[in-house]
Design a protein around this ligand. Sequence first.
Ligand SMILES: Cc1cc2nc3c(=O)[nH]c(=O)nc-3n(C[C@H](O)[C@H](O)[C@H](O)COP(=O)(O)OP(=O)(O)OC[C@H]3O[C@@H](n4cnc5c(N)ncnc54)[C@H](O)[C@@H]3O)c2cc1C
Length: 408
Amino acid sequence: MDVSYPEHAVAFGAEVHAWLVANLPAGWFGDGFTMPAAARKRFFEEEWPKRMYDGGWICASWPTEYGGRGLDLMESVALAEEFARANAPLRVSSLGELLVGPTILRWGTEDQKQEFLPQILKGEIIWCQGFSEPASGSDLASLACEGVIEGDEIVVTGEKIWTSEAEDSDYIFILVRTSPDKPRHAGISFLLMPMRQPGVEVIAKPQPDGSRGFNKVVFTGARCPLVNVVGEIDNGWRVAMTTLGFERGTSATTGYHRFRTEREEMFESARRNGAAKDPRVRQRLAQSWIVTEIMRVHGYRSLTNVLLDRNEPGLEMTHKVFWSDYSQWSTKLAIDLLGMNGQILTGADTDVRPGSVGLGTRPQMFEYPASPLQQSFFFARGESIYGGTSEIQRNLIAERALGLPKGP
Ligand SMILES: Cc1cc2nc3c(=O)[nH]c(=O)nc-3n(C[C@H](O)[C@H](O)[C@H](O)COP(=O)(O)OP(=O)(O)OC[C@H]3O[C@@H](n4cnc5c(N)ncnc54)[C@H](O)[C@@H]3O)c2cc1C
C-alpha cells in the first residue's frame, strides 16, 4: 500500500507550513508555549481572520468565482493536515465554511451566493445551526418550530436547543415547519435568518467545566426575508441532508493529528510521574497507540474511497463512532494518569483549549479554572452525540454496510 501524497500536494503542504510559522504568535511551535486566555481570544478573534483572509486560506477549496482558491481534494487535505499538526484554527467560522457555505453553493440562488459567500469568506458573519429542538434530535423530521409566510417574510415561532455559538452569531441556518398539513419530511424549509433582531432570545446553557457557547434559542415572531429560503419552500429536508453530509464527512485524516498529539502528551505525563512503570497503565497506553494508528489507516481508507469515487458504504459512520468512542476513553485515561490531582480544577488563565479541530473552533472563555485536559475530558462526552449519536450511526452501519433489515 502506497500512502504517500502526490508531489503537488506535498509542495503545497510545505507552503502552508511556512505560512503558519510566519503568522502564528512567536514561539507557538516551541515547548511550553503559553499565552494568556484573553490575549489568545483576542488574537484568534480579531487578528487571525485577517491573516487567514490575506493568506487565502479561508474557504480555500471553494471555486475561484466565489472567492476560493479552487483547491483539489489532496491540496485541501494537505491544508487541513498542516493546520491540525500546528494546532491552529483553520476555520474562522467552522459552521459557515464547512456547513452553510457549501450548502449555499449547492442549493442557493445566485443572489444568496453573492450576498452570503463573500461575507463567510471574509469571516464577517458568524453562523449557528438551528436544527435540534427540545423534542426533536435524532428524529429531526419531527421538528415543530413553525414558519408562517406573511407577505415577503417568514415569521418564526418556536425553540431550538444545543445551538452552539448562538450568543456570538449573526445568522442562524434554521429548519422550520412551513406546511404542517404535509407529510413530515415534505413540510420543512431551510432559512438563513438574522439573529440580531427582536423576537430572538438566546439563553446560555453552561457546561460542566463552566464553558459557555451552548444555548437554547427562543423565537417569538422573529422574521426572515422570503428570499433567504434555501432550495425553495418545503424542500428544506433535502437541503438539510446535504448539510449534514458535509458535517459528517470532513475530518477523515485530520482527527488523527489531534489524537496523536494528545497521545504523546499522555506518554510524557506517564513517564514524568512514574505511572509508565505500572503494567496496567502500560497496557492502556499501548492500546491508545494501537487505536490511534488504526485511526490513521482508516483515515487513508476513507480518503481513498473519495478519491476513487468508490462510495463504500458505512465508512463515515464507522469513523465517527470509532474516534468519538476513543476520545472518551483516552481523555479518561489521561485524567486517570494524573491520579487524585485529575479531579482538582487546576487551570490557570493561560489554559485555553486550542480547539483547532472539531466543532469548537472559536476559543472560549471558561468560568471555572479547568485545565485544557479537563476541558477535553468534558467536551469528549458530547462527541458521541453531536453530528449523529453513536446509536444512530450503528443503526446506519447495520443497514447500509451490513445490509441488515431496518430496526424497529
Ligand atoms: C457538543 C454538541 C453540540 C451540538 N451543537 C448543535 C448545534 O449547533 N445545532 C443543533 O441543531 N444541534 C446541536 N447539537 C444537538 C445534537 O445534534 C443532538 O443532541 C443529537 O442529534 C441527538 O439528539 P437528542 O439530544 O435530542 O437525543 P435523542 O434523539 O432524544 O436521543 C436520546 C438517546 O436515544 C438514542 N436513540 C434515539 N433514537 C434512536 C434509535 N432509533 N435507535 C437507537 N437509539 C436511539 C440516542 O442515540 C440517544 O442516546 C449538539 C450536540 C452536542 C452534544
